[in-house]
Design a protein around this ligand. Sequence first.
Ligand code: IPM
Ligand code: MG
Length: 368
Amino acid sequence: MKAKIAILPGDGVGPEIVAEAVKVLEAVARRFGHDFEMTEHPVGGAAYDRCGDCLPETTLAACKAADAVLLGAVGGPKWDALAPEKRPERRALLTLRSELGLFANLRPAKVWDPLKTASPLKDEIVARGIDLLIVRELTGGAYFGKKGRGEGGKSAYDMIPYAEHEILRVARVAFEAARCRHGRAVAPRPPKVTSVDKANVLETSRLWRETVSALHAAEYADVALEHLYVDNAAMQLVRDPARFDVILTENMFGDILSDEASQITGSIGMLPSASLGASGAGLYEPIHGSAPDITGKGIANPIATILSAAMLLRHALGLSGEADAIEQAVADVLAQGLRTPDIAAPGGVQTVSTSELGDAIEAALIKK
Ligand code: IPM
Ligand code: MG
């Protein structure tokens, strides 16, 4: 297959981890006989430093023209003082999400067998299994709502608008994902969607709950549906993560819950994500940020980005065998005991650098 992949390394550890994912994609191309045209484009603070814009027109155009986009991370203290609309997070990431129409963000969180001891949860909780998918709405809510200051800067507001059609389209993704996960389920359970809101307080959440319930009754009665308030969901994630299959939630709740979900699996350095729209190029990125504190030290975990590349192959290019091969190579390398410091729990493991871990995953992939 021929495919155009736009590569956006970005800031902080972005270039280090993206280099490893590119290495892995090249290995996939060699092993399976594909032709991936990967071209790098500046984004985030790095782009601002080069041309005064965190999302240059050429980068946006390249993303629109590509079959998929692989992104590292954007942002860092160097650009914190920029005006809010110029900052890497808003100008680069949020604009990319809205310009590409990426309303559904899939964030799978599971505990990899060899990493069970890296989870901060008690063994008996981890033993019940953690394998969930967060479906986060990505182009609505507080991130894109009207915001501003009043009283000469002494008061501020952020609106959380949601329209029924925005809720419906992302809820559909969650119900479909639940059906699909059930087909390939590791654990024998009925497919289930937990819709998370704050309907005891917020009007948008009441609309969210009504809309999800109506869609469920009309089209997805084979999937179990439960509603949880977000505070309760945050608590249940550490008390009994095995109760979750697919979590469907709005933009900001999804941002918060996905960091929590990542940590219970061992490290935020392990979680990939796929941002999808109705059609066209999706964006694939680790859920973690640019990690300025560890930038340039060669210790960042490249696995979240490598697994994002696997999601890219599966969702954007329909190459599920190739995606499985990457996931298997990651599992093999973890089973060999190779770890970056963030997942190096004591006992029988060897701590390696970002590029050594990438090399090992590449080698495991080619060896097959
Ligand atoms: C994420 C990040 C972003 C978000 C930031 C960098 C704007 O935290 O992708 O989870 O809040 O969406
Ligand atoms: Mg986040």
